[in-house]
Design a protein around this ligand. Structure first.
Ligand code: ASP
Length: 585
């Protein structure tokens, strides 16, 4: 090694030792006779000192040529500092430099390499290798590493085997668009990048591997949002000879283990909530249960009292915001504006203030007397001092809008503390989802998900009512993962494809390999995949998975550092047998 120690390890016990350090110049303070340099590497910062009259003149001369981010190597003695810095682990000592060598100079970096940098997002992405030198980004990646290690340790301890599956495959129908790769050797044909290793992990169960996992890249060509990347990482798992309960237990175990090992937090057993209840009480299949404010349906007390907005509504539903009865006109107007935003879509907001003195003041006083409003309050479990916020309209969109309002109130009231973790399982998802656009059913999870055995007869009569053996892991309102018990029987799998509108030939052409495998002794099996980027960002207390990926893509799916995606040479296109569509003038 070019060094004897790292920049993070020397302390008062090393005083008088001669050491050699390497690293990057973080900061230089030249006070005339005295020069201090903060030297940084992955492990920390160590202060170097040079003094005219004590330090060799040629060393001082070299130090005058240094700039930020130069890579240097120094040799010298560890001495006790006069003014100590209790904030640094190395803050009691400094190095009296005897020799210095510039290993590589640096241009002035385009932004400061500090915890609070002056660089904008775009610039930092372009020079991501410099951004990665900063502590906040570095600690995110170290957290990621730690969580991957602990995941492997835990899964290995319960006999899971890590097996790699191919990246050049053919499309798996997970509901998103595939990224495709043209094949040079098979002109006109394309591989697809896996949206997940779904069919392969099922084949590994047929092959008898029993417990598989993989920390694996998956690819989905979707429109991007803050929490989406075109390539992302899953902790992907599959188990044989299991029921839903076994999978929930294994992965509740993993999640609890990670909380304990990585954050030293003990979490209680995860509550279970049916999909129907999640929609009914939270208007979302990923409820944030760090706080209450469950929905209260008010149809029976609010309808048929002459208020046409309620009378014509399929659903009147509200939440009781604790301690908000004192909201001003202005605050209430803001909330009304919020629910009327096009992306939320409510037509208006009704409020009822349950005053401390037991009286009520509402925006619908004309239609409802004190007695009726009291009824509402009782039904909602509201207490004096609370504010009832009520929406009305068609059931599904109204619940969705109230979900947004509930989360907004949770934010305003500081009830969504990122240091509090509230996991739960959402279970009993519907198997199918009707799509108005294509006028057919789609698999809500994926087509390999098994219906609940007792609901199989409904597949013909009322497919929309069939529940699946499918589950999601939700933490703090974020979908961390999902999975299902699979179909392992050829006839049922064929039936499922037919409900999804595949002809027998289409199903055979696309998934024959899987259905054929089911004829050679496929064990009952099921699995789950956890979104690793999301899990790490949740542990790191951030909403943005990008901050936890070493080289992420931007909002437009571009890597601005390597400038990708990019054009390819005409010869490459030729070789692949591809032609670009002519630009239309
Ligand atoms: N392949 C599924 C997904 O990526 C997870 C699973 O069903 O195991 O969402």
């Amino acid at each position: 090694m070019l060094r004897t120690h790292t920049c993070g390890e020397l302390n008062i016990n090393n005083v008088h030792q001669n050491v050699t350090l390497t690293g990057w110049v973080q900061k230089i303070r030249d006070k005339g006779g005295l020069i201090w340099i903060d030297l940084r590497d992955r492990y920390g910062i160590t202060q170097l000192v040079m003094e005219e009259g004590v330090t060799l003149p040629e060393v001082i001369t070299v130090s005058k040529t240094l700039g930020r981010e130069f890579v240097i190597r120094v040799e010298g003695e560890v001495i006790e500092r006069i003014s100590k810095n209790p904030k640094l682990p190395t803050g009691d000592i400094e190095i009296r430099v005897a020799e210095i060598e510039v290993l590589n100079p640096s241009k002035t970096p385009p932004f400061t390499i500090e915890d609070q940098t002056d660089g904008g997002e775009e610039l930092r992405m372009k020079y991501r290798y410099l951004d990665l030198r900063r502590n906040p980004v570095k600690s995110n990646l170290l957290l990621r590493h730690r969580m991957a290690m602990e995941t492997r340790k835990y899964l290995d301890s319960i006999r899971f085997v890590e097996i790699e599956t191919p990246v050049l495959i053919k499309s798996t129908p997970e509901g998103a668009r595939d990224f495709v790769v043209p094949s040079r050797m098979n002109k006109g044909r394309f591989y697809a990048l896996p949206q997940s290793p779904q069919t392969f992990k099922q084949l590994l169960m047929v092959a008898g591997y029993d417990r598989y996992y993989q920390i694996v890249k998956c690819f989905r060509d979707e429109d991007l949002r803050a929490d989406r990347q075109p390539e992302f990482t899953q902790i992907d798992c599959e188990m044989s000879f299991v029921e839903q309960e076994d999978i929930l237990n294994a992965f509740e175990g993993l999640t609890k283990y990670l909380f304990k090992e990585v954050k030293n937090i003990e979490v209680n057993d995860f509550p279970r909530m049916s999909y129907d209840d999640a929609m009914r009480f939270y208007g979302s299949d990923k409820p944030d249960i760090r706080f209450g404010m469950r929905f209260v349906e008010l149809n029976d007390v609010a309808k048929n009292k002459g208020f046409v907005v309620f009378d014509s509504a399929e659903l009147v539903v509200g939440i009781a915001a604790p301690g908000c009865a004192g909201y001003t006109r202005k605050q209430l107007d803001k909330l009304t504006e919020f629910v009327k935003k096009p992306q939320i879509g409510a037509k208006g907001l009704v409020y009822v203030k349950y005053n401390e003195d037991g009286t009520f003041k509402s925006s619908v006083d004309k239609f409802f007397d004190q007695e009726s409003l009291k009824n509402w309050a009782e039904k909602s479990g509201a207490a004096p001092g609370d504010l009832l916020l009520v929406l009305a309209g068609e059931a599904t969109p109204t619940r969705k809008a109230l979900n947004e309002l509930r989360l907004e109130m949770g934010n305003r009231l500081g009830l969504r503390n990122p240091d509090v973790f509230a996991p739960l399982w959402v279970v009993d998802f519907p198997l199918l989802e009707w799509d108005d656009e294509t006028q057919r059913y789609h698999a809500m999870h994926h087509p390999f998900t098994s219906p609940k055995p007792e609901d199989i007869p409904l597949l013909d009569e009322n497919p929309g009512k069939v529940r699946a053996n499918a589950y999601d892991l939700v933490i703090n309102g974020v979908e961390i993962g999902g999975g299902s018990i699979r179909i392992h029987n050829k006839a049922l799998q064929q039936k499922m494809f037919s409900v999804l509108g595949f002809s027998e030939d289409e199903a055979q052409a696309q998934f024959g390999f899987l259905m054929n495998a089911f004829e050679y002794g496929a064990p009952p099996h099921g699995g789950i995949a956890l979104g690793f980027d999301r899990l790490v960002s949740l542990f790191g207390g951030s909403d943005s998975i990008r901050d936890f990926i070493a080289f992420p893509k931007n909002n437009a799916g571009r890597d601005v550092m390597i400038d990708s995606p990019s054009e390819i040479a005409p010869e490459q296109l030729d070789e692949l047998g591809l032609k670009l569509a002519e630009d239309k003038e």
